[in-house]
Design a protein around this ligand. Structure first.
Ligand SMILES: [Zn+2]
Length: 91
């Protein structure tokens, strides 16, 4: 039956398209979350627009967040530190 074959082909194409979409969406979403950007929004944009979303993402890149201001003394501390090295405040 040719209809079965074309259905299988359509399914295969759909799976490939989905894989490509995820291939754009996942790394962009992860990268966006590391940069304090809207990871869900960027992942969704990349999922639907592929290379267009990637280009827009690269044009809007924010630096990776490695430091955060201490809520007690205001000094910049690495984001993975539990205690502020300046005043000892527990973040
Ligand atoms: Zn501090």
């Amino acid at each position: 039956m040719t209809s079965d074959a074309s259905l299988l082909l359509l399914l295969l194409i759909a799976v490939i398209l989905l894989a490509v979409s995820l291939g754009f969406a996942i790394p962009i979403g992860v990268s966006a979350s590391h940069r304090g950007m809207n990871s869900i929004g960027w992942a969704a944009l990349a999922f639907f627009t592929w290379i267009v979303g990637l280009v827009l993402f690269l044009l809007n890149l924010q630096p990776i967040i490695t430091d955060t201001p201490c809520p007690a003394c205001g000094n910049m501390i690495p984001i993975d530190h539990v205690f502020c090295p300046f005043c000892g405040h527990r973040g």
